[in-house]
Design a binder for this molecule. Structure first.
Ligand code: TYD
Ligand code: MG
Length: 458
């Protein structure tokens, strides 16, 4: 019987499907991401036939399931292991997302240089030729006999090859180049990307082989982004950071085998990605001295306190309506802080342009950064210099009160370790602080934002 072919519109960001086209996706609200795909009502058995050695599962009583720790491979990079929750779990599917050119292929090869000594690795690339990969590997000093390069885009051939070769680790670079021949849509479309991942998942789960899949993040909706796959895979890691700058932050947004708020910090150099063991030091290097409009905050990234410089700039507005811009800090939160400073402290920003920037490409989503952002803005407005040995953290409430935050002691200790001698923090945090006598840092507890500004002048 002839197969029915119907046309559907699918969002490349969130995979929302609809029978008609929308300019704005009703699922995720993104503009211009819906594209037409032909959807054959092909039977699932065809996909299943690709994975031949799939065992049929038996129900097992929960009491008989072993609770031993999952077997993990250490990647040789402490930062990456931390983000993964302690290494790559056997049989897991990890999605590594990020903008093109951010360093995804580089980190894969670097993992190979360590794990290739003990494991058989199959690196499947649909993007680069063998020669290109070899040249890069040579530059990164990767040369191990157990690393096999396969340039292939047909996902069925890839699945067959995984079954015949039985490697210990598979890498796919990238999922957007993989192609399932049974589907008529072009590689990179939502249907293709989803179906190819499903095939790879079934192959890797049935053989208990871990698989790392690279997915490009794209802004124009022409190819499906990694968001479409987040629910299929076990862990989703995103590479963030400015391509122009050398810092790269690896963040876990989903992890079935570990915590999701850990980050790994890397620095791109001529020998590939190097780990940054002391991110605070890196983020604070090159800080301007004796100028207004900058304040250091401390944010908890998972179990790690990280110090970051926040800059604020307040200037006369050239046009009628004031401009607000925020990089690395939530825009709405910045507007709220400006409103609190205006209403509760009498600092007038309404006719002024205000900018906030977190240095080093870091994104601070913790309310604990509120106080430092407010101080940076007031410092720029009033031209008061925040002393360079002072750090501030605390959540700002709508009445201008400073609210307690978690992990105060860890934050203060990290600041002391990096040579800060004063710290402004919520008054309610002082009680539970229990700092050692020789901590070498003076803590200043404040109840309101007004107190905090006054503390600057002490
Ligand atoms: P790449 O890993 O190819 O990015 P992706 O796979 O995410 O698209 O990284 C490419 C960028 O990294 C490229 O702009 C060059 C830079 N790079 C270095 O600066 N040093 C190096 O040692 C390597 C391998 C790449
Ligand atoms: Mg690449």
């Amino acid at each position: 019987m002839a197969e029915k072919i119907k046309s559907v519109y699918i969002c490349s960001e969130c995979a929302y499907e609809s029978a008609k086209w929308f300019g704005k996706c009703p699922g995720c609200g993104q503009w211009n991401t819906m594209s037409e795909e032909l959807r054959e009502s092909f039977s699932k058995s065809r996909t299943a036939s690709v994975v031949r050695s799939r065992p049929t599962a038996e129900p097992v009583p929960i009491t008989e399931i072993s609770t031993e720790d999952e077997f993990r491979y250490f990647t040789g990079s402490k930062e990456l292991d931390r983000v993964l929750g302690g290494g790559i779990v056997k049989g897991s599917l990890v999605l590594l997302g990020g903008d093109p050119g951010i360093g995804k292929s580089t980190i894969l090869l670097q993992i190979c240089s360590h794990l290739g000594k003990i494991l058989k690795i199959l690196y499947i690339s649909g993007e680069e030729s063998r020669r290109q990969i070899k040249l890069r590997a040579a530059r990164l000093g990767v040369n191990c006999e157990n690393l096999f390069i396969l340039t292939e885009t047909d996902v069925q051939a890839v699945a067959d090859r995984i079954q015949s070769e039985k490697p210990d680790l598979v890498m796919i670079d990238s999922i957007q180049t993989m192609n399932f021949k049974e589907l008529s849509s072009s590689p990179g479309s939502v249907t293709q990307v989803r179906e190819c991942t499903n095939i790879l998942m079934r192959t890797s789960k049935s053989l208990d082989i871990p698989c790392i899949i690279v997915g490009h993040v794209n802004k124009d909706g022409a190819i499906a982004g990694p968001k479409v796959l987040e629910h299929i895979v076990d862990a989703v890691l995103y590479f963030e950071g400015d391509k122009q700058m050398s810092y790269r932050i690896l963040r876990a947004v989903k992890n079935r085998y570990g915590s999701t708020n850990e980050i790994g910090v890397f620095c791109m150099g001529d020998k590939g990605l190097a780990e940054v063991e002391n991110p605070s030091l890196m983020l604070l290097s090159g800080r301007p001295k004796n100028v207004s409009g900058t304040c250091v905050a401390c944010s908890m990234e998972g179990s790690r306190p990280i110090l970051a410089e926040i800059q604020g700039l307040v200037t006369n507005s050239g046009y009628g309506n004031a401009r607000r811009m925020s990089t690395g800090f939530d825009y709405n939160r910045m507007s709220m802080l400006l409103a609190v400073l205006e209403k509760r402290c009498g600092y007038y920003f309404s006719s002024l342009d205000a900018y906030v920037n977190v240095i080093g490409g870091l994104r601070l989503d913790e309310p604990a950064a509120d106080l430092a952002v407010s101080l940076a803005l007031v410092s720029s407005l009033k031209d008061i210099v925040v002393p360079e040995d002072l750090m501030a953290f605390g959540e700002v409430g709508l009445t201008g009160e400073i609210r307690a935050v978690s992990h105060a002691a860890l934050r203060v200790t990290e600041a002391a370790r990096l040579g800060f001698t004063r710290c402004i923090l919520p008054w309610h945090n002082i009680k539970g602080l229990n700092l050692p006598q020789d901590a070498g840092i003076e803590v200043i507890g404040v109840r309101t934002i007004r107190d905090a500004v006054q503390a600057l002048n002490r």
